[in-house]
Design a protein around this ligand. Structure first.
Ligand SMILES: Nc1ncnc2c1ncn2[C@@H]1O[C@H](COP(=O)(O)OP(=O)(O)OP(=O)(O)O)[C@@H](O)[C@H]1O
Ligand SMILES: [Mg+2]
Length: 285
């Protein structure tokens, strides 16, 4: 990247951070508070005519209001399944998932899900994709278009509003999906490896921005990630699942003060120490 491009990239990211400070984003307030998500004895099996796969077994977990919880574990251990259960896209084979005491039986308007793949509608423009959930859910105060534009600018997608998904890179599509998840001002944000298709720098920047949304808006976040560093940067607690069938092997508290940063001013030692603990737990068969 030449010097001019570096400067304009830097300005773009500063502009994005400035937007997060903007009082306009107070529109994200007004999300209905959710006090607690509980999973009690949750098991999930997938049965077909020929086979049965146990994806999760006997998971007990409580997530409280405003927490950011990361879920890590080996591929196939049931992380996406766990998120889909909380999102109401699956009903557990055994046990119960409750939000504020009410069993989750269907998707809720106050819980947004960001899937492992962006799943954008190919015939809709970027802006129309972001606005989709506002057309399906009930009306909320204010014009959702204003918030959609702000979120797209925040995600570095200003000028791409009228493009179609196939005109975007994989990372840009994922950022559109992040905007789509935030546009309903969810009380709970469920994220399945949201940054996996991004380059390292954008990944860190968006991670830091997500941390600010979490800190400033109190959004409860459940984040599935393969990145130990990302889990330590973002989470209050990290749930380590065992290999399939997934069960909770350990829950590690991350006590590093916020805002957490990587880079020269970051909490590099603490991030490395907590990361090493998580690495040991993941490697232990
Ligand atoms: N709809 C389904 N039908 C049948 N089996 C399924 C279904 N969804 C998941 N599984 C199985 O359940 C197990 C857990 O899948 P899941 O997608 O939750 O894993 P994961 O931890 O998210 O993996 P990855 O890190 O690779 O995304 C896998 O063995 C998978 O094959
Ligand atoms: Mg998955």
């Amino acid at each position: 990247m030449d010097r001019g491009a570096q400067v304009s990239e830097r300005l773009r990211s500063e502009e994005r951070l400035a937007l997060l400070d903007s009082p306009k984003l107070s529109r994200l307030d007004g999300a209905i508070g959710i006090r607690v998500i509980t999973l009690e004895g949750v098991s999930q099996s997938f049965t077909s005519k020929r086979t049965s796969i146990d994806a999760l077994t006997n998971v007990d977990l409580t997530i409280t209001d405003g927490e950011c919880v990361a879920v890590i574990g080996r591929s196939g251990c049931g992380k996406s399944t766990l998120l889909r259960l909380v999102a109401g896209l699956l009903t557990p084979s055994r046990g119960t998932v409750r939000i504020d005491g009410t069993p989750v039986t269907a998707p809720r308007p106050d819980v947004a899900m960001m899937f492992q793949r962006p799943a954008l509608l190919p015939w809709r423009t970027v802006l129309q994709n972001v606005l989709l959930p506002t057309e399906i859910g009930g009306r909320r105060p204010g014009d959702p278009r204003d918030l959609a534009h702000e979120l797209l600018a925040l995600a570095g997608l200003r000028g791409f509003e009228k493009r179609l998904p196939h005109e975007l890179s994989g990372g840009m599509q994922q950022r559109v999906a992040l905007c789509r998840a935030l546009v309903v001002r969810p009380a709970v944000l469920l994220m399945d490896e949201p940054f996996s298709a991004l380059d390292a720098l954008t990944r860190t920047e968006l991670g830091e921005e997500l941390q600010r949304v979490h800190m400033e808006r109190g959004t409860t976040i459940v984040l599935v990630t393969h990145s130990i560093e990302e889990a330590v940067l973002l989470a209050d607690r990290v749930v380590v699942l065992s290999p399939r069938p997934g069960r909770v092997r350990e829950i590690v508290d991350v006590k590093i003060p916020r805002p957490r940063e990587l880079g020269p001013n970051g909490h590099l030692v603490e991030v490395a120490e907590t990361g090493a603990v998580l690495h040991e737990l993941l490697a232990d068969r």
